[in-house]
Design a protein around this ligand. Structure first.
Ligand SMILES: Nc1ncnc2c1ncn2[C@@H]1O[C@H](COP(=O)(O)OP(=O)(O)OP(=O)(O)O)[C@@H](O)[C@H]1O
Ligand SMILES: [Mg+2]
Length: 377
């Protein structure tokens, strides 16, 4: 079994560091705070938050994880939230129905058995709109549950930016007014589209303005990857040098998904008893880029010349480049800062780049390597 996994949620035994983040999130949860956690796609938000929830003592906390990714409106939001709250509170059929009725009486709960015989709760809102009163009932439930159980309730909304695609801003407004006086409930909002989330929480005209502490999550530092990676090679009687790990982390920028993906390929290319050196790392990168090249060529060809020049500039700069500087525009043939502006806006809105302080990063770390390779000869 390859010890490096990429794509799914990673838990015990496959989880690298994040000690500080876990402690900070635990603090927010214990103090029933509000926090908005944002990070690029696949930076490890979901794995991190589930781990933080898992560490809370069950005697003192009820933890509710709501994935908003599949929701498309306030009805689906209400259904997903009501289901997650009921299921977090109770597990037997009888008690699930009782809690459903007591917290969400307006939503007509019913309980049935799913395929492996597990009780599951449903609400009579499938496909119809919810009224404001129903939404208010759903959003009041965490506090009621906290009072009923005498525990702190921790509500996590994953992919929170999804609510910007709802039919109107009823949910966004109601969240603000419902949660602002709740005392025994912590709220953690997670999301990956930084510019959208920031506009929700930093724009004065928006309902959620300044309603939560910001907590950005970045890559994992090389020093934490060293022992994580070398142990997994050693356990399979494969050797990897510290310098090679450092080089590998340079290439992926320590981004968890790309680091695990590259390690996965590297590990599978190494025989038992074998040793990874720089040339094997190079081969693994080439193999990865070859697999992705079809998609990258298509993407590249769909871009304007200025977008290509801009990406080339980002890919070829070692440190955070200053893309609006005259050096950058001259070096990469962009001619003016307004060309840079247009290219950046369009690449950001299609999630190819992400804003980072006064610069930008190419979200897909392998695309960055592919672009470097394209211009290396
Ligand atoms: N702490 C970690 N240690 C090791 N690998 C990690 C860690 N966190 C994330 N990863 C790697 O990154 C991948 C994505 O993690 P996860 O799904 O938690 O991220 P996410 O930010 O929620 O992603 P998405 O934007 O797709 O929702 C995992 O499959 C794993 O390979
Ligand atoms: Mg996630």
């Amino acid at each position: 079994m390859n010890p490096f996994s990429y794509g799914g949620i990673v838990g015990n035994g496959a989880f690298c560091n994040r000690t500080k983040e876990l402690a900070d999130l635990a603090e927010t949860m214990r103090s029933a705070g509000r926090c908005i956690v944002y990070a690029e796609r696949r930076m490890g938000k979901t794995s991190l938050i589930l781990r933080a929830l898992g560490k809370l003592p069950k005697k003192q906390f009820v933890t509710v994880y709501v994935d908003l990714w599949p929701t498309d409106g306030s009805a689906a939001f209400s259904e997903a939230t009501a289901k997650a709250i009921s299921t977090a509170a109770e597990s037997t059929s009888k008690r699930l129905l009782e809690i459903g009725k007591s917290l969400f009486g307006r939503l007509r709960p019913s309980v049935s058995l799913d395929n492996p015989g597990q009780p599951k709760i449903d609400f009579g809102i499938d496909g119809r709109a919810v009224s404001k009163t129903e939404l208010v009932e759903v959003l009041a439930a965490p506090q009621e549950l906290a009072e009923k159980t005498g525990k702190t309730v921790v509500m996590v909304f994953d992919e929170f930016q999804q609510i910007l695609d709802y039919e109107d801003d009823l949910t966004e407004r109601q969240i603000r007014s419902s949660i602002q006086h709740q005392k025994n409930v912590a709220y953690v909002f997670l999301g990956s589209r930084k510019h959208l989330l920031q506009s929700m929480f930093l724009d004065e005209s928006r309902p959620l303005y300044r309603s939560a502490m910001h907590y950005p999550i970045g890559p994992i530092e090389t020093k934490h990857w060293r022992s994580f990676i070398s142990k997994r090679f050693q356990d399979a009687d494969k050797q990897i040098d510290r310098q090679v790990i450092d080089l590998l982390c340079d290439q992926t920028g320590g981004h968890p998904f790309y680091t695990q993906h590259l390690c996965h390929v590297l590990w599978s290319m190494t025989d038992v008893g074998g040793e990874v050196d720089e040339s094997v790392l190079q081969l693994a990168i080439e193999e990865l880029l070859r697999r992705e090249s079809h998609a990258y060529v298509n993407l590249w060809e769909s871009l304007t010349k200025n977008e290509q020049r801009f990406l080339r500039g980002l890919a070829q700069s070692e440190e955070s480049p200053k893309p609006f500087s005259s050096d950058f525009t001259r070096q990469f043939g962009l001619r003016s800062a307004s060309n840079v502006q247009r290219a950046a806006e369009s690449l950001e809105s299609s999630d190819i780049i992400e804003r980072e302080e006064s610069s930008f990063v190419i979200v897909d770390r392998f695309l960055r390597l592919w672009i470097r390779q394209l211009f290396s000869s």
